[in-house]
Design a binder for this molecule. Structure first.
Ligand SMILES: C[S@@+](CC[C@H](N)C(=O)[O-])C[C@H]1O[C@@H](n2cnc3c(N)ncnc32)[C@H](O)[C@@H]1O
Length: 282
């Protein structure tokens, strides 16, 4: 893969690969470009679960450029031989929460985490739980091959308990936690640390960052009447948006809990699902 220009798209790098095997779905490349391009030339630190023959780890190095560091995780011991310049390999089972925690502690934090390992829905949840706290502010966590959540051979079933996609759905509410007007719905650490969620066919991307309650402003001149004559419902909406409720102010006063505490909450959720499904994680 040496000699490829940094200006090449990921797709071009993939298509011209004559080195180690890489296995990706065609439509992933557009998603990668959309979410990863800003890290090019910035020596990102990347974790990919699922090494396979090592080609994707080299592809990331080529795409992101000098100084990029990639950590690959795989259960297959032979993958250890694929370590090289800027590429470290950790051998272990992604269904082992303690192992993932060790990787996060020893190799993190990361700018980009790509989950492309066993494709078992319960492992996808566990990987998110363990690794979300080790994503840097401004970083992304991408889970791919979520098609398995719909495939019986992977224990997948639309709407089934323990599916990663079922885990994602309530997070769509949780990212809106600052907008709650009822006591049964509070902003959480996920609300405060996730600035975006992007759902695609078989892929979900999470943006990590300092998420704040809504604030709005207006610029320009009114097209009808004066600013003072704005419709009352419009004025009320602006006031409501810029006046965080008590529960939001309270949540914002406490510091975002330590990564460990956030992980604990997510881990409890993930492990609860695993237990109910009869799997036995470490
Ligand atoms: C789809 S391949 C990875 C493809 C690679 N990322 C690429 O883009 O070319 C999945 C990999 O996950 C590994 N794997 C399967 N189960 C695993 C587990 N429980 N923990 C860690 N790795 C696992 C397999 O050994 C395999 O190498």
């Amino acid at each position: 893969m040496r000699g490829l220009s940094r200006s090449r798209s990921l797709r071009e790098i993939f298509d011209r690969n004559e080195g180690r095997l890489i296995h990706k779905c065609d439509h992933y490349f557009e998603i990668y470009e959309r979410h990863f391009a800003r890290f090019r030339g910035r020596a990102p630190r990347i974790l990919e679960i699922g090494v396979f023959h090592g080609g994707s780890l080299e592809m990331w190095r080529t795409y992101f450029g000098r100084g990029t560091h990639v950590v690959g995780v795989d259960i297959e011991p032979r993958c250890a031989t694929l370590a090289g310049r800027g590429i470290d390999i950790r051998i272990g089972d992604q269904g082992d929460a303690a192992f993932l925690r060790r990787v996060a502690e020893e190799d993190g934090p990361f700018d980009i985490v790509i989950e492309d390992g066993s494709h078992l829905p319960e492992h996808q949840i566990l990987a998110f739980a363990e690794l979300w706290p080790s994503v840097n502010d401004g970083g992304v966590l991408l889970v791919e091959d979520l098609c398995t959540n719909y495939w019986p051979e992977y224990g997948g079933r639309r709407g089934g308990e323990g599916m990663f996609m079922e885990f994602v759905k309530p997070l769509v509410d949780e990212i809106n936690g600052f907008n709650s007007r009822t006591d049964d719905f509070e902003p959480t650490d996920f609300t405060r640390t996730c600035t975006g969620m992007h759902v695609y066919d078989s892929v979900v991307v999470f943006d990590r960052g300092d998420h704040r309650p809504l604030n709005t402003s207006m610029t320009g001149r009114p097209s009808f009447g004066t600013v003072d004559e704005l419709e009352p419902h419009h004025v009320a909406a602006i006031e409501a948006m810029n006046r965080p409720m008590r529960r939001v102010r309270r949540a914002m006063r406490s510091p975002v809990r330590t990564a460990e505490k956030v992980a604990n909450r997510l881990r409890r959720t993930a492990l609860g699902v695993l237990r109910r499904r009869g799997s036995s994680p470490s």
